[in-house]
Design a binder for this molecule. Structure first.
Ligand SMILES: [Zn+2]
Ligand SMILES: [Zn+2]
Length: 436
């Protein structure tokens, strides 16, 4: 992982998303804007990015480019051409705007969205079928012998013209999506509306900023049907971790609050969990007797990051072999652009989780997004389930679920792969699978 200085030109997805969506809305509101999209790595849902690529279909590029370069968020104009502008925002994020005709929009959008390997592979497929694909059009290479393409109005039309289903933007990384698109085997990816609840969240009992009641109310407000509380355990003294007595008190409070909910009034339940520390030798911060009283536990590494890869791998394997470890929290401990992941053999951990029915967390804190999206396809193939967890330290952090969904989609996950999508009864059963 490069150092902080080398990463000076990278930005977290979570840090740019608010401003990116705001500017997109501004562009869409312009009377000369026919269609607009943020393409590039933002649209693919990459965890970090170097710039934002806006694309607008318009018949009046001058007017749209004037509007864009005069937005209050723009501090520097780098270049301004007839159909393109390059600027820097007040947040330091470089931004490009390209304008195209409405007819060229789907071609430009596909070109600006896929990574380089996806685009090269797509052009090769077009060539094999007798067409030349550019960022502006799809034309027969040998017109008398190749039929003209049907009209192309959007991305799906263009992929369809090549015999392909339209891969969701997050998949356009040349990781098998074009083959799946040709075989009509693309997965139906998870969506934010599929989430019914979430598991790894903190309160003021440890290092959170909102009380148990405040977190509960925020989750109900959000329309969730269950919220798991997993405060830190006693060894995480820097995070005000709970000792056994405090955890049992919290368990009692949670059961008491749940008394207020019946299926007739509010379709909601709290779950009592713990983010239990994994000690250096792989043992846990609480004994099995205590853990068995909880609804679940999230086991996480919070100290002794400097172990060798094999020692760290063995440490985590020992933890997931415990029948009371329901899920594994933030697998590599990375903080994007800040702290490198500790060395750990991820395929071996995935195998251990598959063998023990341990769920792996997709921690959706924008600094973490851990386990990395590049491993989820493998985990899914091995039958490992995912829990999308905001690791919320305040109610506002539930917003991170948006990024968790982006990364889950990037990892080819469907609602069937993610336990947060289960109705409450089935979810509770899923949490019990490992227990004796
Ligand atoms: Zn943690
Ligand atoms: Zn946590």
């Amino acid at each position: 992982m490069p150092s902080n200085e080398q990463n000076a030109q990278h930005f977290l997805l979570g840090a740019v998303a608010g401003q990116a969506e705001f500017i997109l809305d501004e562009l869409k509101s312009h009377s000369d804007c026919l269609r607009a999209e943020i393409a590039g790595s933002y649209r693919r849902g990459n965890e970090t990015l170097q710039n934002l690529d806006f694309l607008v279909a318009t018949s009046h590029p001058e007017a749209v480019l004037d509007f864009f370069t005069q937005l209050p968020e723009v501090t520097t104009i780098i270049t301004r051409e007839p159909s393109h502008a390059s600027v820097v925002l007040d947040t330091g994020v470089p931004c490009e705007l390209k304008t195209v005709s409405n007819a060229a929009f789907p071609f430009a959008l596909i070109d600006l969205t896929g990574n380089q390997e996806h685009n090269i592979a797509l052009r090769r497929i077009a060539r094999q079928q007798g067409y030349r694909l550019t960022e502006q059009q799809l034309t027969p290479i040998d017109p008398p012998n190749t039929p003209a393409t049907r009209e192309i109005h959007d991305e799906a039309d263009l992929y369809a013209a090549l015999g392909l289903d339209c891969p969701p933007a997050e998949l356009r990384e040349n990781q098998g999506e074009l083959q799946a698109a040709a075989e009509h085997q693309l997965p139906r990816l998870i969506e934010i509306g599929n989430l019914r609840g979430t598991f790894h969240n903190h309160t003021t009992a440890s290092d959170g900023q909102n009380t148990l009641i405040e977190m509960t109310n925020a989750a109900i407000e959000l329309g969730l049907q269950y919220l798991g509380i997993a405060d830190h355990s006693k060894s995480s003294t820097q995070c005000n971790g709970l000792d056994e007595k405090q955890l049992l008190n919290q368990l009692r409070d949670i059961r008491n609050i749940n008394e207020n909910f019946t299926d007739e009034n509010i379709d909601f339940r709290l779950l009592a969990g713990s983010e239990v520390d994994i000690h250096e030798d792989g043992s846990l911060d609480f004994n099995d007797e205590l853990l068995s009283q909880l609804d679940y536990s999230v086991a996480s590494v919070h100290h002794a990051f400097e172990l060798s890869e094999s020692a760290m791998t063995q440490r985590i394997i020992r933890a997931v072999e415990n029948p009371h470890v329901t899920m594994l929290g933030h697998l590599t401990g990375r903080l994007l652009l800040k702290t490198a992941p500790y060395p750990v053999d991820i395929p071996t951990i995935i195998d251990a989780c598959a063998a023990t029915n341990t769920i792996i967390e997709l921690n959706c804190n924008p600094w973490r997004l851990d386990m990395d999206w590049r491993w989820w396809k493998l985990a899914k193939e091995k039958g490992v389930k995912c829990a999308i967890n905001p690791d919320a330290h305040r109610a506002q952090d539930f917003d991170s679920l948006f990024f968790g969904i982006k990364i889950a989609r990037k990892g080819w996950l469907t609602a069937q792969d993610v336990i947060n999508c289960l109705p409450r009864d089935q979810m509770l059963q899923a949490l019990q699978v490992k227990r004796p």
